[in-house]
Every structure is written in C-alpha cells, then in structure tokens.
Design a protein around this ligand. Structure first.
Ligand SMILES: *Cc1c(COP(=O)(O)O)cnc(C)c1O
Length: 365
C-alpha cells in the first residue's frame, strides 16, 4: 500500500525558521494545517516550533485537533457559514469574516456562551476571493464595532488564491492604508494587520512589506519548505517533510507509444504519446483514485512519470541510477495539491516519523 512519511522534526524546524524570519520583519505567524487535513500531529509540531495560534479553513479540522488535546488558540480561516456559528464560537477563538450578517449571528452565539469572539475583517484587494471591497470597509467597520459579543481585532486579505494576484508593495500598502483608516475611525490600534499566506513571504524576504503589516497565515511554506510564488526553497527551511512512497509491481521494457487505433482512456480522454522509442517502465501500486498524479514528482531526478490509470502509475526508469526490481519502493516529492490528496486518501497510509512522546500518544488516540 502506498504510504506518506511525515517528518515531524522537519516541520518543527521549518516552523522555527519561518517564525524567526517573520519576526525579523515585525510579523507574527499563525500556522496553517489545512494542507495536512488538520492532522493533530502536524499542529503539535508547529506548536513545538513556537506557534501560538493554529489556523485551518475547516471547523472539523479545528475540532479534531482540539479533541486530540492540543491547547492553543485557533483561527478559523474560511468565513463561517450561518448554520455553523454556534460551533465556530465553541471551537475557534478568532475567525476571518466578510459578511456583517454572519458576524451578527456569531455575536449572538458568543453571547449565549458568555464569551467574546474575535473577528478579523477581510478586505478584497483584487484577488476576488473573500473580502469587503475597500470602498465599503469603513461602513462595515462601524457596524461591526457596534455589535456586542464580538471584538474587531484586525484586518486581513487573501491574495494568490482565486485570482492568482501576486502580493506587491502596492497592494500591501493599500492594506496598510486601509488599516490606518480603520484605526482612525475606531480610535484604537488593530492587533492584526494580516497580509496573506505563504505567497506573501517572497515580498517580505525582499524587505517589501510595509511596517503596518504585522501578521501572516502560513501553511505551505512550513509544510513544504518552499515559497508558493516561485516554488523556490525558503532560506533555512528543509524540504521533504512529506514524501510519498509506492511499490513496483511490474518492471518491463516497452514501447513509448500504444499499439493499435487510439480511442479514449479510462477517463474519457484521447491520450497522445510522443515517440521516445523503447523505455524501461515500472508500474507502481497507486493511480488517479489514490493520489493527484500531477502533484507528485519522483525524488530521483532522472525518473519521469509518463501516465496513470485509476490504479496504476507508470514511470519511465530508463535512466534510473541503480537497478530496480519488483518489490522496490520509489519515493516522490509533493506539491500542495499532491500533499492534500495524499492526506485525504484512505488508500495512502500515513507514517509519522521523529515523533516525541506527546505526539506518539496523539497517534494512539
Ligand atoms: C489556506 C489559507 C492560508 C494558508 O495558505 P498557505 O498557502 O498554505 O500558506 C491562509 N489564509 C487563508 C484564508 C487560507 O484559506
């Protein structure tokens, strides 16, 4: 069965590194666990690396991490649904929001529990995902400020998601000036001015982040050790915290092009194969039903994924540095989508490594 190794120590190391890099630029970090499907072990590793708040887009993930006994603050990243406000105030200390009517419902729920729920208002700076349009921000802020049961603690934005908009000095300065304007209206400082996700790190590392931005929500950079804009390694971070492993079930020399009239493949597509002559090919025990084939790359540089069916992955191993045989295992590096699908797949076993005692008890529970 394919398996995913999860190196907890690397996650701890990357968390420390990212927190340190951000601190140099006056930025606090919330560690985001959603690409690891809110795995409690991963959240625990982030906390061991110094994270004070854990963020996830799914309430279920937050609830699971909580019930596994991790005591920390939790930030809900995806705007709450109206139907889940009770559960949101029970599980999360803070949530990102863009609809005043939902904030009202959160406030009612918070009052019923006799708690105050913290709110970050999201501003849309052009990525066209969630957020209040800057023109409407002051009106929304005035309304939220009047609502009992919630506390407006910050502004935030998301870039590089739906619209793929790159964080720049220009759009970050816009967020900073929105924050300034809101602080003038409120006559107090905002605790958070949250300038986005891993995609904002390159700008920060170049020194382009306005001083006013004091918070980022970082997942991918910690988990994969790479920035999401250029896919380049982040200074001081380790790659390979997650690796996918699968076993060779066939190894044969075959032509690179199928023989016969080409109709449709298993997914209704009309496949095209360049002629690369005969190649040495292996079949591995995983396919499109198990993993995201486009989200994985062989760890060994000269191996190449040539295709997949539901159950099989075919890899060209003509240039493999050593002799392979059925029963051997090949390892793969993952991108964000590749990692997410592995975490979601019940056909991929999860094998945590380098755990401390506390984490072992989480795995057993
Ligand atoms: C997913 C998400 C993040 C973290 O994104 P990464 O690319 O993993 O750093 C931050 N903020 C919000 C609102 C998100 O949905």
């Amino acid at each position: 069965m394919p398996y995913l190794t999860i190196d907890c120590e690397k996650i701890v190391h990357n968390t420390r590194t990212i927190i340190g890099l951000c601190a140099q630029h006056g930025i606090e970090v919330t560690g985001v666990t959603k690409a690891a499907c809110g795995m409690a072990l991963v959240a625990e590793a982030m906390c061991r690396g110094g994270m004070q708040t854990i963020g996830d887009s799914r309430l279920r993930n937050i609830e699971r991490i909580r019930s596994d006994g991790l005591e920390t603050d939790f930030m809900l990243l995806r705007s709450p649904t109206l139907s889940q406000v009770e559960a949101v105030v029970a599980a999360a200390n803070i949530s990102l929001n863009s609809e005043v009517s939902i904030i009202r419902a959160l406030a009612h729920a918070a009052k019923r529990r006799a708690v105050v729920h913290d709110i970050i208002l999201m501003v849309d700076l052009g990525d066209l995902r969630e957020g209040i349009w800057p023109d409407d921000l002051v009106t929304a802020v005035r309304e939220v400020e009047r609502i009992d049961g919630v506390r407006l603690v910050g502004l935030g934005t998301t870039l590089g998601c739906y619209g793929g908009v790159v964080p720049t000095i220009a759009n970050m300065t816009r967020l900073a000036s929105c924050a300034q304007e809101v602080e003038t209206v409120l006559r107090r400082r905002l605790r958070y001015v949250s300038g986005g996700n891993s995609g904002s790190l390159p700008l920060m590392l170049e020194g382009g982040m306005p001083k006013k931005i004091n918070h980022l929500r970082i997942g991918e950079a910690i988990l994969l050790g790479r920035d999401t804009v250029n896919f380049a390694p982040i200074p001081g971070c380790l790659q390979g915290s997650f690796k996918l492993h699968a076993e060779i079930i066939e190894l044969k020399a075959k032509p690179s092009q199928p023989i016969g009239r080409i109709g449709r493949d298993a997914f209704g597509r009309r496949p095209v194969f360049p002629d690369q002559g005969r190649m040495l090919r292996v079949i591995l025990d995983m396919g499109r039903a198990d993993i995201d084939v486009e989200g994985i790359v062989p760890e060994t540089p000269r191996l190449k994924v040539v295709g997949a069916s539901s159950d099989h992955l075919i890899v060209d191993v003509t240039h493999a540095p050593s002799r392979l045989q059925p029963g051997d295992t090949l390892a793969f590096d993952l991108n964000y989508a590749g990692l997410l699908r592995c975490m979601l797949s019940e056909y991929v076993e999860k094998r945590p490594q380098n755990m401390v005692a506390r984490q072992m008890s989480m795995v057993e529970s």
